[in-house]
Ligand binder design. Structure first.
Ligand SMILES: Nc1ncnc2c1ncn2[C@@H]1O[C@H](COP(=O)(O)OP(=O)(O)OP(=O)(O)O)[C@@H](O)[C@H]1O
Ligand SMILES: [Mg+2]
Length: 463
């Protein structure tokens, strides 16, 4: 614990010596941490020093001095060796010292903040353990706080935020250790509620993901193929699916959108109200029975589509579309069979499934066979659907091996994860605990993942 400032100056010399040793020790620790976590910017700090040490090592100073007839050089000997060693390691020393200065400044700021918020126990302040970046805008601070309950930090959230000029996202204790608490905080703010102001801009399979710290995020399903939405109950999965479905329907009139609602049509009502009965490309399948029946028929449909694409000479759906536009006949030569072909021209298909885990619930009812077919179809679409112009957007609370097909999961390049109840659950979706760090009280807050890149976003509220 950090001592109360009133204890200072009882032993001034000892205090100063202690401070110097502490500073050196922190510098060494910072160097070690930088190397261990590979965050040490080697060339930025050491580049100049290393080059200069080579300059001395190869006696280039002597050579240069002879060349320009100068006396500015060092003869070989212990002094030169020391200088070589010092310049080679100077960057490291400078890095350690500058990090130690930053750390000590932070500790001073923390002390003031804890004083201001009266977060002390028996005259001692919480001690600082670490402050690490989670991503570009979000950091995690760890504190040692014996004697101060977590609730007291939560009560002082607003004061701490005002003092540090940050947004505190979450406080949590270490597992089985109430003396260590973690603060997740962000340097920038995201709105806690957001309405999409430009839905008409998302055309040709574009869909909005949300607003990130740096910019608005959108993806194109033609490129992405499929998308998985995960997160604990009440996070905002169904809301996101509804936003996406309405945009896909309204802005892609040549595509068909099927919304499968395993919650017996509960989520569908708002969508139906928004899109109305006039929306011809919007198809609904309310309830588990109808949804499974529809999915079960998709294996044959996918095979047919792939055949049709192959017959047209295209290698995928995008090429098929281009070819079919190119061979559009003129009105005079429009024969009957060509008319038939045009009528049967494939359209892009978006299949949006809410609560997909229902397909994987094991039971022995009469629907067992149909369910197996539905699972098979999902598996096939995940693997081959993109080439056939069939795209899946599926939502589930937890995509673990018991409640989701792991092949389907592996074929979902885009992942949107709302808050998760545990670190393990978050790791199973994103590969990191990032979704556990989100504040579940902020509805619609999620982490978007594509490849190794993660973005915190506020998704749009469906109206
Ligand atoms: N982006 C958002 N902005 C504001 N409120 C939101 C947002 N997303 C969801 N909500 C609100 O959060 C609540 C829960 O949302 P939603 O039903 O989408 O959660 P869910 O993840 O589908 O939960 P479940 O797994 O239980 O179905 C709703 O009342 C909704 O209005
Ligand atoms: Mg839902």
């Amino acid at each position: 614990m950090i001592n109360d400032p009133s204890d200072k100056n009882k032993f001034p010399i000892a205090d100063k010596i202690f401070k110097v040793f502490r500073f050196l020790w922190i510098s060494v620790l910072e160097i070690y941490r930088g190397i261990e976590t590979e965050s040490f910017p080697l060339w930025q700090y050491c580049g100049g020093g290393i080059l200069f040490s080579y300059y001395l090592l190869f006696n280039l100073d002597i050579w240069l001095a002879h060349l320009i007839e100068s006396e500015l050089y060092l003869e070989q000997g212990p002094a030169k060796l020391c200088l070589i060693l010092f310049s080679a390691s100077s960057g490291l020393i400078f890095y350690g010292c500058s990090r130690a200065v930053d750390r000590m400044k932070l500790v001073e700021r923390l002390k003031k903040a804890f004083d201001y918020c009266d977060l002390k126990s028996g005259g001692l302040y919480p001690s600082f353990i670490s402050d690490e970046p989670i991503d570009e805008f979000v950091r995690q601070m760890k504190l040692f706080v014996p004697g101060i309950p977590l609730q007291r930090f939560k009560d002082k959230k607003l004061e701490l935020e005002a003092h540090f000029n940050v947004t505190i996202v979450k406080f949590f204790e270490e597992e089985n250790d109430k003396t260590r608490i973690n603060l997740i905080y962000s340097m920038r703010d995201l709105p806690s509620s957001l309405v999409l102001e430009n839905p008409q801009d998302f055309v040709d399979c574009d869909i909005p993901i949300g607003k990130g710290y740096a910019s608005q995020l959108k993806i194109n399903l033609k490129d992405m193929g499929h998308m998985m939405v995960a997160g604990q109950t009440g996070g905002g999965k169904s809301n996101f699916l509804k936003t996406v479905t309405s945009i896909l329907c309204l802005n892609n009139q040549n595509a068909d959108v099927h919304f499968l609602d395993f919650k017996e049509g509960v989520e569908m009502m708002a969508l139906k109200n928004k899109l109305g009965s006039e929306q011809k490309n919007f198809h609904t399948h309310d309830g588990a029975e109808k949804a499974i029946e529809y999915l079960a028929g998709l294996t044959d449909l996918l095979t047919e589509r792939l055949n049709q694409i192959k017959i047209s000479g295209a290698i995928n759906f995008d090429e098929y579309l281009k070819k079919s536009v190119a061979v559009q006949p003129s009105t005079e030569t429009f024969s009957k069979s060509e008319a038939q072909n045009k009528k049967e021209k494939l359209s892009r298909l978006f299949i949006v499934v809410d609560e997909i885990a229902q397909v994987y619930v094991k039971d022995n009812s009469s629907t067992k066979e149909l369910k197996n077919k539905a699972r098979e179809a999902l598996n096939k679409i995940a693997r081959q659907g993109r080439a056939a112009g069939v795209h899946l957007i599926v939502a589930t609370q937890k995509p673990d091996a018991q409640s989701f097909d792991q092949t389907v999961k592996a074929n979902m390049p885009a992942v949107l994860c709302f808050p998760m109840p545990s670190q393990v659950a978050s790791v199973s979706v994103l590969g990191t605990k990032r979704a556990y760090d989100l504040n579940p009280e902020i509805k619609g807050r999620a982490i978007y993942k594509f490849g190794p890149t993660l973005h915190e976003v506020q998704t749009y509220y469906f109206q």
